[in-house]
Design a protein around this ligand. Structure first.
Ligand code: ADE
Length: 236
């Protein structure tokens, strides 16, 4: 997958993606990351990328021309999905990540200040995406969240060691807590069932934990979860 990121702070993106699993994915050619700085497309002596808002108000708005020129410079061969991190967008989730993971090319346009002149959305049909009900200082951290969640779903990006199977949210429930050696640490023992090797008992215990965690931490998800026969008994 090719991912283009328009950003005034390319180092922020390159730094964050230069480690661990997504670094390995780039080294193996599964993910191609390209950053473009709209400031490089500003035409005045000061390389201006923002201006005060029409209608008044605090802060600055990102000008359309440098962003438009930066998008044109990408020479997008096929119509790329263009996302714009924006706290007013629909909230990103695992099912959205799954849809994006099959695209050949994604482009993210990171805003700063009070946002981007809305004509970029109109001209390029950008899709707003929020990463949660809070406000960040810019779009980069939100873009990184989207890239990370999508990137790990691309076939081959995760090794066996990091498999997708037991992800929280993959089946609508949060996943059960995990433990590793030692069996007793600081006076705290691993739940006994996990040490028995009885796979059916372990699966039941994990299902009960997933149900309990989802009910207690995310009643909104629990209300929508497709419960299986026996789940309510497990919860008792
Ligand atoms: N930019 C600022 N806050 C944001 C949020 N919550 N989601 C996406 N982009 C943002």
């Amino acid at each position: 997958m090719q991912i283009n990121i328009l950003t005034l702070f390319p180092e922020m993106i390159e730094q964050a993606l230069g480690h661990s699993i997504l670094k390995r994915a780039q080294d193996r050619g599964l993910l191609v990351i390209r950053t473009v700085n709209p400031r490089d497309f500003a035409t005045d002596a000061h390389r201006t990328v923002d201006d005060s808002p029409y209608g008044g108000g605090p802060g600055m708005v990102m000008k359309p021309e440098p962003i438009h020129a930066a998008l044109l410079s990408l020479d997008l061969a096929q119509p790329s999905t263009i996302l714009m991190p924006d706290p007013t967008g629909p909230v990103f989730d695992q099912s959205w990540a799954t849809l994006l993971a099959v695209e050949p090319c994604l482009t993210l346009v990171c805003g700063h200040y009070e946002g981007i002149d809305d004509r970029i959305r109109q001209r390029w049909n950008t899709q707003p995406v929020s990463v949660g009900d809070f406000v960040l200082t810019g779009g980069e951290l939100a873009a990184l969240i989207v890239i990370d969640a999508v990137g790990r779903l691309i076939p081959g990006v995760l090794g066996n060691q990091e498999s997708l199977g037991i992800d929280s949210h993959s089946d609508g429930l949060l996943s059960a807590p995990q433990f590793t050696r030692p069996e007793v640490w600081d006076g705290l023992a691993v739940p006994e069932v996990l040490t028995t090797g009885d796979h059916s008992k372990i699966a039941k215990w994990r299902r009960a934990q997933a149900l309990r965690l989802t009910r207690d931490h995310r009643p909104d998800l629990f209300a929508r979860a497709r419960l299986e026969k026996g789940d309510l008994d497990l919860l008792q």
